[in-house]
Design a binder for this molecule. Sequence first.
Ligand SMILES: Nc1ncnc2c1ncn2[C@@H]1O[C@H](COP(=O)(O)OP(=O)(O)OP(=O)(O)O)[C@@H](O)[C@H]1O
Length: 361
Amino acid sequence: MTGSKISELRLDHVSRGFGEVLALDGLDLTIEGGEFVALLGPSGCGKSTALNCLAGLLPLTNGSITLDGRRIDTLPPEQRGFGMVFQNYALFPHMSVRANIGFGLKMAKVAKADARRRVEEAVALVQLGDHAAKFPGQLSGGQQQRVAIARAIVMEPALVLMDEPLSNLDAKLRLEMRTEIKRIHQTLGLTTVYVTHDQEEALSLADRLVLLREGKVQQVGPPETVYTEPANRFVAGFMGYRNELELPVSPGSGTTAGDKTVVLGELTGTRREDLGETAVAAIRPEDFTVGDGPNAMEVDVEVVEFQGREQAVQARTAGGDELHLRVQARLAPGDRVTVSVPPERVLVFAADSPAAPEEVA
Ligand SMILES: Nc1ncnc2c1ncn2[C@@H]1O[C@H](COP(=O)(O)OP(=O)(O)OP(=O)(O)O)[C@@H](O)[C@H]1O
């Protein structure tokens, strides 16, 4: 079994409005055959809209989609030849695992012997050999999700679309299925577009990430680039720059915290002269160290969580800002300690630039 090979899927200025709301605003994206692309962003950013436009479940308001040079956005879903795996996998409860997986082949009138062989291959690929005769109600959530994946890939689709396929699973299963999805993608040489709001999932699975905010692309790039060089404050928040300190911009270089002048990191997406009187310094919890050093600040430890080799610490600066730290030093609530962070680990953004929603930052 292989995925049908495609060379290029192109989205040109794809837009979709709902009344006043522009859910997707001019998405330009070229996906190459064999790529795993993740659409990432907070609730309401337009991820599902983009996927539904690709699937043919939503007509475009503007723009076009072409597959290997052929325009497909005017085709109904069944003529696009895409496989779909959704959060609610909606298996047929009265059919066995085998029958669920083979249903699409039956509808497509694939010859019986061929269909049987393909179903068995798909069953083996998702490792459901021992459960193939069971009904969905007799399976765990993870096993049901495997059936949904097998049902999609047995059709040898040109493109597999996945919309938050793991969000109904518990944490351990989610990790297992994540590896499973990657393995299947690689084994079959599939082209996959995957929607998630979970940055870790996107970073670990995708060859390329597309960060969306309010229907607009914020950054497109390989996980490493987006992670190390977020294009703006919103992307930084999504990529683990959980701490934001609003600081006055000093006349010299850098910004000022309290009575200490700190030379703060790299300006991203903003020119220094556009910063105004205050700027936002964004810092990852793991980039702080306990002890004196560059950008030292005194903090009061409030909450400590044990996380194996490290501790996740919530602390407060003298100025009242909440800080999240991930440190190896053993701290306890009530401790007053000095923490520091190297300037090159700090990103500086204009204070009025849009931030990531708090629940993801
Ligand atoms: N059928 C619809 N009618 C009206 N507005 C809609 C409809 N579908 C989506 N929207 C709006 O379009 C925007 C994008 O929605 P979309 O479902 O694509 O977001 P999302 O990123 O997938 O969010 P979630 O992670 O919550 O599913 C939102 O503001 C949403 O309210």
